[in-house]
Design a protein around this ligand. Structure first.
Ligand code: NAP
Length: 264
């Protein structure tokens, strides 16, 4: 089996990375940064986001596992004290794979045939470059509302505990193949009106944002922020691709939620 390790880059994570690499090589596993069967991310959830984007072209051939060197993570659920156990599990056990849904984002541009396609593990956010974001929100081709406010966050179930949660969105179990739309400070008065509640859409429903005036937007996909000019529409739906996690033991999602946000 071929493996790769990504590190957050701090001293502790780098040291753990070296240790795991040596142990796994001792078990006759092959280190291959380009075509790994398993990617071990050492750091936090942010580190796993980087690893996901680095290997997004081979999601069907790669499984991820996360070791956290800070506080408990949602994607990184092994602690440094357990790495010997994890290495033995990787080297010796045929592991179970758990798949989580991803978000597909397609940005189309005015007077152009090109389009940009992204996959998000956590979410995509859309904000204006200046002033309020004003966009029509369509669901399944029908106008749902005209949004005015700071921005919109469209998240995956596993990203629901990240930015979405700060916006008052619901925490969704990653076995649900859905996307969630959450508002950032919408303007609601006698002139402007939005639904005000987060929306959860099933996998066969497409959500589309269309500009009203401004056509330049600041769009984030997980940790990446890009300025997109001359935007005609931004389309969101549950992606056909999934992220695959190598699972060596049970660590139920609701327990991770409780340990992270309620108490441990
Ligand atoms: P960052 O600003 O350095 O860290 C964002 C925080 O979100 C970190 O504590 C990270 O955990 C945590 N996180 C990431 N994914 C998570 C998940 N699925 N569930 C729970 N917590 C999660 O940025 P970054 O490390 O590059 O991560 C980018 C992410 O930051 C974005 O995808 C977005 O979700 C989040 N973000 C949140 C807000 C907000 O809540 N107001 C604003 C901007 C961005 P670790 O410490 O383990 O890495």
């Amino acid at each position: 089996m071929k493996f790769a390790i990504t590190s957050k880059g701090d001293q502790t994570s780098n040291m753990l990375m070296q240790k795991m690499r040596t142990y796994l090589l001792d078990f006759q596993l092959e280190y291959d940064e380009n075509q790994p069967d398993i990617v071990i991310s050492v750091g936090g959830d942010g580190t796993l986001l980087y690893a996901f984007h680095r290997y997004r072209k081979r999601l069907d051939k790669t499984a991820f596992v996360g070791v956290h060197t800070g506080h408990l993570g949602f994607y990184a659920d092994w602690v440094p004290e357990e790495i010997e156990k994890l290495v033995i599990a990787i080297a010796k056990t045929p592991y179970q794979v758990v798949e989580y849904p991803l978000l597909e984002v397609i940005i189309r541009y005015i007077n152009g045939s090109r389009e940009s396609r992204y996959l998000a593990l956590n979410e995509c956010t859309v904000k204006s470059v200046e002033g309020s974001l004003v966009m029509n929100l369509e669901i399944k081709g029908q106008l749902f509302e005209t949004f005015r406010g700071d921005g919109l966050c469209i998240s995956t179930p596993s990203g629901s505990t990240a930015y979405n949660k700060s916006l008052g969105g619901a925490i969704l179990h990653p076995s649900l193949e859905v996307l969630q739309v959450a508002e950032m400070a919408s303007i609601n008065n006698r002139v402007f009106r939005t639904i005000g509640s987060p929306l959860v859409l099933p996998s066969h429903h497409t959500c589309m944002l269309k500009p009203i005036n401004d056509v330049d937007f600041q769009i984030t996909v997980d940790h990446l922020t890009l300025l997109h000019k001359d935007v005609k529409s931004i389309q969101f739906r549950v992606a056909n691709e999934k992220i695959r996690f190598a699972r060596f033991r049970a660590f139920p999602f609701w327990q991770r939620v409780r340990d992270s946000f309620v108490c441990d």
